[in-house]
Write a protein that binds this ligand. Structure first.
Ligand code: PEP
Ligand code: MN
Length: 358
């Protein structure tokens, strides 16, 4: 055996010794943790950690620098502590690790997450009974069950139409009853969540409120499906954690909705992060929809992005439909009128039929 081989052999056995020692250390930390739990003490003790690091540095004769020794040991401390953390800290309740099978949400018989495509159509805002029922009629005719319409509109400008509020919810309920549809509408105030349960089949939490934690908690406290939209500049991890806020309070009926994120690109209103769909499907057990209206802000992109959404595995598509978009009180540039909605549905149907054959 040459010198190099001998040294490598020694290195291998030192590695094994280190391995045994860090695991022995972890076992001691676990035992201490159990005692702390019994005494109701916090597991992480920064004063004690500082003490241990100081002792190590005092004994350090190199060649490692003190700061390197601190860094290495800090990592070992952290790993041992993480080993102790409760399961819910390691695997989120929304994660596939926690629940491998898909969550299927039954909304008046519409089973979102069952592997079929589900649609949500309706005006940006509920403006009147006549306007909402005209869309409901078209939606019903196409065999779609879920009708949307904003009653509380979170607008960029305080001078823009803010929605009809409770009256809007009442219109939605009346239309839902008349056409046997299920209705989805956004709630912006935690105090309105409980009231909304009487009017809505799905409560929407909009992009601007994705990190309104009090609203998320209130949504978690009711027994009603929640459609949670991704925040304007939210990472996927922040999006998943927002859903965790809801499920952690007991409500696991959550639909995630990718609605585009803010980027430097100006050709579209937002940038549709299409790869978020399979990432969310892999990492969580929740159904994922794509809102093609707010992500693109362009009528000419509704169909291609809807196809992309279905091709990439989305559970559904949301888009806005208005009887006369030119006079709509919000989002007039991108809502479809009813003839366009019909051709959109025809085109998507032939697209899915072709995809199924190939
Ligand atoms: C909406 O769906 O009505 C809406 C306002 O969308 P977002 O919250 O995604 O902007
Ligand atoms: Mn809109």
């Amino acid at each position: 055996m040459n010198e190099m081989e001998q040294l490598r052999n020694q290195l291998d056995s030192v590695n094994l010794e280190l391995l045994e020692l860090v695991n022995r250390r972890a076992e001691l930390v676990r035992q201490i943790g159990e005692i702390k739990d019994k005494q109701g003490m916090k597991r992480y003790d920064p004063v004690r950690e500082r003490d241990m690091l100081n002792k190590l540095v005092q004994h350090n004769d190199g060649p490692f620098e003190d700061s390197t020794v601190e860094h290495i040991f800090k990592e070992i401390f952290k790993a041992s502590l993480e080993l102790q953390e409760d399961d819910h800290r390691k695997a989120l309740l929304v994660s596939r690790k926690k629940k491998p099978e898909d969550t299927v949400i039954d909304i008046k018989g519409e089973k979102v997450g069952d592997g079929n495509t589900h649609f949500v159509f309706g005006p940006c805002a509920v403006e009147s009974y006549e306007q909402t029922s005209a869309v409901a009629e078209a939606v019903k005719r196409r065999g779609v069950k879920l009708l949307r319409g904003g009653a509380f509109k979170p607008r960029t400008s305080p001078y823009d139409f803010q929605g009809l509020g409770i009256e809007g919810l009442q219109i939605l309920k009346r239309v839902a009853d008349e056409y046997d549809l299920a209705v989805v509408s956004e709630i912006v105030n935690p105090a309105h969540i409980e009231k909304a349960v009487d009017y809505l089949d799905v409560i929407q939490i909009g992009a601007r409120n994705m990190q309104n934690f009090e609203l998320l908690k209130a949504a978690g406290d009711v027994n009603k499906p929640i459609l949670l939209k991704r925040g304007l500049s939210a990472t996927i991890s922040e999006f998943i954690n927002a859903a965790e806020y809801i499920i952690s309070r007991g409500n696991g009926n959550i639909i995630l909705c990718e609605r585009g994120i803010r980027t430097y690109e100006k050709a579209t209103r937002n940038t549709l992060d299409i790869s978020a769909v399979p990432i969310l499907k892999q990492e969580t057990h929740l159904p994922v929809m794509v809102d093609v209206t707010h992500s693109t802000g362009r009528r000419d992109l509704l169909l291609p992005t809807a196809k992309a959404a279905l091709a990439i595995g989305a559970d559904g598509v949301m888009a806005e439909v208005h009887p006369d978009p030119a006079v709509a009180l919000s989002d007039s540039a991108q809502q479809m009128d009813i003839p366009m909605f019909d051709s959109f549905m025809d085109a998507l149907a032939s697209y899915t039929a072709t995809a199924a054959r190939s």
